[in-house]
Design a protein around this ligand. Structure first.
Ligand SMILES: C[S@@+](CC[C@H](N)C(=O)[O-])C[C@H]1O[C@@H](n2cnc3c(N)ncnc32)[C@H](O)[C@@H]1O
Length: 208
């Protein structure tokens, strides 16, 4: 059986393979994910409105893909929003939505091209996860977040999750880099496509 697009993204061995997988998938990604019942963006949007006051700016969408996550945030009046992603193909889809002030190719896990304490809030859906962005990507996200500002992200918590990710949440808390504020219960994030995958949405505040 030929490998599906989601399978290619799970099996990418290098950043280059991951980028190519998403470039190729970009035009179909949103339709495929919606068919899988992808619900992280709705959960993040709901959590975001609870913890992020109107007027908070600017906002970073880290691993923005084609912009599914930023759409409800922009509709609710938040912005300006900057999106970063590895894949130029996904950025091109996001660009068509006209909801971002800026869209730039950057790699989570490497140094981000923003000064310290740039963003008033950060969102990241479905990105800091095995074969995508590594756990240490959180260190740079904290650096570019204003002290005390919220970082709202999804993280897998099913048995396939790699331990580095929850370990990094704890490490940053112990170091005082951020403090936990809220986390959702575990939920099936793509029930019609990947029924064994579960996620939680977390809120942390960058340390001051
Ligand atoms: C599952 S999609 C999620 C996209 C969007 N946040 C959403 O919820 O639809 C994963 C995205 O992460 C991007 N990505 C994967 N690894 C990355 C990395 N190391 N740095 C930046 N983006 C990455 C991919 O190009 C893709 O757009």
């Amino acid at each position: 059986m030929p490998e599906t697009d989601v399978g290619k993204s799970y099996h990418a061995e290098t950043i280059g393979e991951q980028q190519a997988a998403y470039d190729e998938w970009a035009e179909k990604y949103e339709a495929d994910l919606c068919a899988m019942g992808y619900r992280i963006p709705a959960v993040i949007a709901a959590v975001f409105t609870r913890f992020v006051p109107q007027g908070t700016a600017p906002i970073l969408d880290a691993g923005c893909g084609g912009g599914i996550q930023a759409e409800p945030i922009a509709m609710l009046g938040y912005g300006p929003i900057t999106g970063i992603d590895l894949s130029e193909g996904m950025l091109a889809v996001a660009r068509q939505k006209n909801i971002y002030e800026d869209l730039r190719q950057m790699t989570l896990g490497e140094r981000l091209d923003f000064p310290d304490h740039t963003f008033g809030a950060v969102i990241s859906s479905g990105v800091i996860t095995p074969r995508h962005a590594p756990a240490h990507a959180f260190i740079e996200l904290v650096r570019v977040t204003k002290p005390g500002a919220p970082i709202v992200f999804s993280l897998r918590d099913d048995p396939e999750q790699e331990p580095e990710y929850p370990q990094m949440l704890e490490r940053l808390e112990k170091e005082g880099a951020w403090q936990p504020v809220f986390r959702t219960p575990s939920f099936h994030s793509m029930p019609y496509g990947e029924p064994d995958v579960t996620h939680r949405v977390h809120v942390y505040r960058a340390g001051s």
